[in-house]
Design a protein around this ligand. Structure first.
Ligand code: DC
Length: 223
Protein backbone atom coordinates (compact mmCIF):
# COMPACT_ATOMS: atom_id res chain seq x y z
CA UNK A 1 0.00 0.00 0.00
CA UNK A 2 1.42 3.40 -0.91
CA UNK A 3 2.05 5.44 2.23
CA UNK A 4 -0.38 8.17 1.25
CA UNK A 5 -3.18 5.57 1.02
CA UNK A 6 -2.70 4.46 4.62
CA UNK A 7 -5.59 6.03 6.56
CA UNK A 8 -4.73 8.48 9.32
CA UNK A 9 -7.00 9.63 12.13
CA UNK A 10 -5.73 12.95 13.48
CA UNK A 11 -6.63 13.88 17.05
CA UNK A 12 -5.50 17.36 18.09
CA UNK A 13 -6.19 19.38 21.19
CA UNK A 14 -4.78 21.20 24.20
CA UNK A 15 -2.87 19.63 27.04
CA UNK A 16 -4.75 17.22 29.33
CA UNK A 17 -7.81 17.18 27.09
CA UNK A 18 -7.66 13.39 27.28
CA UNK A 19 -6.39 12.95 23.75
CA UNK A 20 -3.54 10.61 24.70
CA UNK A 21 -5.79 8.05 26.39
CA UNK A 22 -8.53 8.39 23.81
CA UNK A 23 -6.21 8.22 20.78
CA UNK A 24 -4.40 5.16 22.14
CA UNK A 25 -7.70 3.34 22.73
CA UNK A 26 -9.05 4.24 19.28
CA UNK A 27 -5.82 2.86 17.77
CA UNK A 28 -6.15 -0.36 19.80
CA UNK A 29 -9.79 -0.85 18.76
CA UNK A 30 -8.98 -0.38 15.09
CA UNK A 31 -5.70 -2.29 15.22
CA UNK A 32 -3.92 0.86 13.99
CA UNK A 33 -0.49 2.19 14.91
CA UNK A 34 -0.34 5.08 17.36
CA UNK A 35 1.78 8.23 17.33
CA UNK A 36 2.05 10.43 20.43
CA UNK A 37 3.68 13.37 18.64
CA UNK A 38 4.04 15.37 21.87
CA UNK A 39 6.55 12.80 23.11
CA UNK A 40 8.82 13.70 20.18
CA UNK A 41 8.91 17.36 21.29
CA UNK A 42 9.48 16.20 24.88
CA UNK A 43 12.34 13.92 23.78
CA UNK A 44 13.87 16.69 21.67
CA UNK A 45 13.89 19.09 24.63
CA UNK A 46 15.41 16.47 26.93
CA UNK A 47 18.06 15.44 24.40
CA UNK A 48 19.00 19.10 23.85
CA UNK A 49 19.24 19.71 27.57
CA UNK A 50 21.41 16.63 28.09
CA UNK A 51 23.78 17.90 25.42
CA UNK A 52 23.90 21.36 26.96
CA UNK A 53 22.22 23.04 23.99
CA UNK A 54 20.33 26.31 24.54
CA UNK A 55 16.62 25.48 24.08
CA UNK A 56 16.12 28.75 22.19
CA UNK A 57 18.71 27.88 19.54
CA UNK A 58 16.50 26.70 16.65
CA UNK A 59 19.15 25.29 14.28
CA UNK A 60 21.02 23.39 17.02
CA UNK A 61 17.89 21.96 18.65
CA UNK A 62 16.62 20.98 15.18
CA UNK A 63 19.82 19.09 14.51
CA UNK A 64 19.28 17.13 17.70
CA UNK A 65 15.65 16.45 16.74
CA UNK A 66 16.77 15.03 13.42
CA UNK A 67 19.52 12.83 14.83
CA UNK A 68 18.36 11.69 18.30
CA UNK A 69 18.20 7.94 18.88
CA UNK A 70 14.71 7.18 20.10
CA UNK A 71 12.49 4.11 20.31
CA UNK A 72 9.07 3.18 21.69
CA UNK A 73 9.20 -0.38 22.96
CA UNK A 74 6.93 -2.37 25.26
CA UNK A 75 5.38 0.78 26.73
CA UNK A 76 8.82 2.33 27.27
CA UNK A 77 10.15 5.52 25.74
CA UNK A 78 13.86 5.22 25.05
CA UNK A 79 16.41 7.95 24.40
CA UNK A 80 19.89 6.66 23.60
CA UNK A 81 18.73 3.30 24.96
CA UNK A 82 17.62 4.69 28.36
CA UNK A 83 14.02 4.66 29.53
CA UNK A 84 13.06 8.32 29.96
CA UNK A 85 9.28 7.76 30.16
CA UNK A 86 8.91 9.48 33.52
CA UNK A 87 11.53 12.14 32.93
CA UNK A 88 9.74 13.55 29.88
CA UNK A 89 6.41 13.82 31.76
CA UNK A 90 7.42 16.27 34.51
CA UNK A 91 6.01 19.82 34.43
CA UNK A 92 9.38 21.32 33.55
CA UNK A 93 9.76 18.80 30.69
CA UNK A 94 6.29 19.87 29.49
CA UNK A 95 7.24 23.54 29.47
CA UNK A 96 10.55 22.78 27.72
CA UNK A 97 8.71 20.72 25.07
CA UNK A 98 6.33 23.61 24.45
CA UNK A 99 9.32 25.96 24.08
CA UNK A 100 11.18 23.88 21.50
CA UNK A 101 7.85 23.23 19.73
CA UNK A 102 7.63 26.96 18.98
CA UNK A 103 10.85 26.80 16.90
CA UNK A 104 10.05 26.41 13.17
CA UNK A 105 13.32 24.54 12.48
CA UNK A 106 12.41 21.93 15.08
CA UNK A 107 8.92 21.41 13.67
CA UNK A 108 10.42 20.98 10.21
CA UNK A 109 13.02 18.51 11.49
CA UNK A 110 10.35 16.34 13.10
CA UNK A 111 8.08 16.20 10.04
CA UNK A 112 9.56 13.18 8.28
CA UNK A 113 10.01 11.32 11.57
CA UNK A 114 6.29 11.74 12.30
CA UNK A 115 5.22 10.79 8.79
CA UNK A 116 7.28 7.61 9.11
CA UNK A 117 4.70 6.30 11.59
CA UNK A 118 2.13 6.12 8.79
CA UNK A 119 2.16 2.39 8.23
CA UNK A 120 -0.53 -0.13 7.22
CA UNK A 121 -3.20 -0.81 8.26
CA UNK A 122 -3.52 2.77 9.61
CA UNK A 123 -2.40 5.37 12.13
CA UNK A 124 -4.01 7.32 14.93
CA UNK A 125 -1.87 10.39 15.63
CA UNK A 126 -2.34 12.81 18.50
CA UNK A 127 -0.86 16.27 18.94
CA UNK A 128 -1.49 19.90 18.04
CA UNK A 129 -1.00 19.99 14.26
CA UNK A 130 -1.71 16.42 13.14
CA UNK A 131 -4.69 17.41 10.98
CA UNK A 132 -3.40 20.83 9.91
CA UNK A 133 0.27 20.24 9.01
CA UNK A 134 1.62 16.72 9.45
CA UNK A 135 -1.26 14.71 7.98
CA UNK A 136 -3.47 17.25 6.17
CA UNK A 137 -5.01 14.38 4.17
CA UNK A 138 -6.15 12.53 7.31
CA UNK A 139 -9.44 10.70 6.68
CA UNK A 140 -10.79 11.87 10.03
CA UNK A 141 -9.80 14.93 12.04
CA UNK A 142 -10.92 15.49 15.61
CA UNK A 143 -10.29 18.46 17.87
CA UNK A 144 -10.55 17.17 21.41
CA UNK A 145 -10.95 19.67 24.20
CA UNK A 146 -12.27 20.12 27.74
CA UNK A 147 -12.72 23.03 30.13
CA UNK A 148 -9.54 24.41 31.76
CA UNK A 149 -10.73 23.20 35.19
CA UNK A 150 -11.42 19.67 33.97
CA UNK A 151 -8.03 19.55 32.29
CA UNK A 152 -6.18 20.85 35.34
CA UNK A 153 -8.01 18.31 37.48
CA UNK A 154 -6.99 15.46 35.15
CA UNK A 155 -3.40 16.66 34.95
CA UNK A 156 -3.13 16.91 38.76
CA UNK A 157 -4.42 13.34 39.12
CA UNK A 158 -2.02 12.05 36.44
CA UNK A 159 0.97 13.65 38.18
CA UNK A 160 -0.07 12.31 41.58
CA UNK A 161 -0.55 8.81 40.16
CA UNK A 162 3.04 8.99 38.98
CA UNK A 163 4.14 9.92 42.48
CA UNK A 164 4.96 13.50 41.46
CA UNK A 165 3.83 16.34 43.69
CA UNK A 166 1.17 18.59 42.16
CA UNK A 167 -0.70 21.61 43.47
CA UNK A 168 -3.89 22.34 41.54
CA UNK A 169 -3.35 26.13 41.39
CA UNK A 170 0.19 25.65 39.99
CA UNK A 171 -1.09 23.11 37.47
CA UNK A 172 -3.76 25.58 36.26
CA UNK A 173 -1.11 28.29 35.87
CA UNK A 174 1.27 26.01 33.96
CA UNK A 175 -1.49 24.65 31.78
CA UNK A 176 -2.60 28.18 30.83
CA UNK A 177 0.99 29.23 30.06
CA UNK A 178 1.45 26.23 27.79
CA UNK A 179 -1.93 26.69 26.06
CA UNK A 180 -1.10 30.34 25.46
CA UNK A 181 2.30 29.50 23.93
CA UNK A 182 0.93 26.62 21.83
CA UNK A 183 -1.95 28.74 20.50
CA UNK A 184 -0.07 31.95 19.79
CA UNK A 185 3.04 30.66 18.01
CA UNK A 186 3.23 31.69 14.36
CA UNK A 187 4.05 28.17 13.10
CA UNK A 188 1.44 25.39 13.36
CA UNK A 189 -0.52 26.95 16.24
CA UNK A 190 -2.98 24.88 18.23
CA UNK A 191 -6.34 25.72 16.76
CA UNK A 192 -9.70 24.17 15.98
CA UNK A 193 -9.86 24.13 12.19
CA UNK A 194 -13.28 23.82 10.57
CA UNK A 195 -12.48 20.46 8.95
CA UNK A 196 -12.09 18.79 12.37
CA UNK A 197 -14.98 17.43 14.42
CA UNK A 198 -15.13 19.15 17.80
CA UNK A 199 -15.34 16.82 20.78
CA UNK A 200 -15.64 18.38 24.25
CA UNK A 201 -14.80 15.75 26.87
CA UNK A 202 -15.62 17.89 29.94
CA UNK A 203 -18.68 15.93 30.96
CA UNK A 204 -18.08 12.63 29.21
CA UNK A 205 -15.99 9.56 29.99
CA UNK A 206 -13.04 8.35 27.94
CA UNK A 207 -15.15 5.32 26.93
CA UNK A 208 -17.83 7.60 25.45
CA UNK A 209 -15.26 9.78 23.70
CA UNK A 210 -13.67 6.69 22.13
CA UNK A 211 -17.08 5.44 21.01
CA UNK A 212 -17.90 8.77 19.39
CA UNK A 213 -14.65 8.79 17.43
CA UNK A 214 -15.14 5.17 16.36
CA UNK A 215 -18.58 6.09 15.01
CA UNK A 216 -17.05 8.93 12.96
CA UNK A 217 -14.22 6.60 11.90
CA UNK A 218 -16.68 4.02 10.59
CA UNK A 219 -18.01 6.61 8.17
CA UNK A 220 -14.63 7.89 6.99
CA UNK A 221 -12.35 4.86 7.23
CA UNK A 222 -15.07 2.37 6.44
CA UNK A 223 -13.88 -0.08 9.07
O1 DC B 1 0.85 16.54 23.87
P1 DC B 1 1.95 16.92 24.87
O2 DC B 1 1.44 17.65 26.07
O3 DC B 1 2.79 15.76 25.23
O4 DC B 1 2.89 17.93 24.07
C1 DC B 1 4.01 18.55 24.66
C2 DC B 1 4.27 19.88 23.97
O5 DC B 1 4.70 19.65 22.63
C3 DC B 1 3.06 20.79 23.87
O6 DC B 1 3.07 21.81 24.84
C4 DC B 1 3.13 21.39 22.50
C5 DC B 1 4.09 20.55 21.73
N1 DC B 1 3.46 19.82 20.63
C6 DC B 1 3.33 20.46 19.43
O7 DC B 1 3.66 21.64 19.34
N2 DC B 1 2.85 19.80 18.36
C7 DC B 1 2.46 18.53 18.46
N3 DC B 1 2.00 17.90 17.39
C8 DC B 1 2.54 17.86 19.70
C9 DC B 1 3.04 18.54 20.78
Amino acid sequence: MSQTLVPVIAIDGPTASGKGTVAQRVADKLGFHYLDSGSLYRLTALAAQQRGVDLANGPEVAQIAASMKIAFRGGKTLLDGNDVGNEIRTESASQNASRVAALPEVREALLSLQRGFRLPPGLVADGRDMGSVVFPDAVLKVFLTASADARADRRTKQLKEKGMSAIMSDVVKELRARDERDMSRPVAPLKHYPDAYLLDTTGISAVDAVQKILTWAQKSVGS
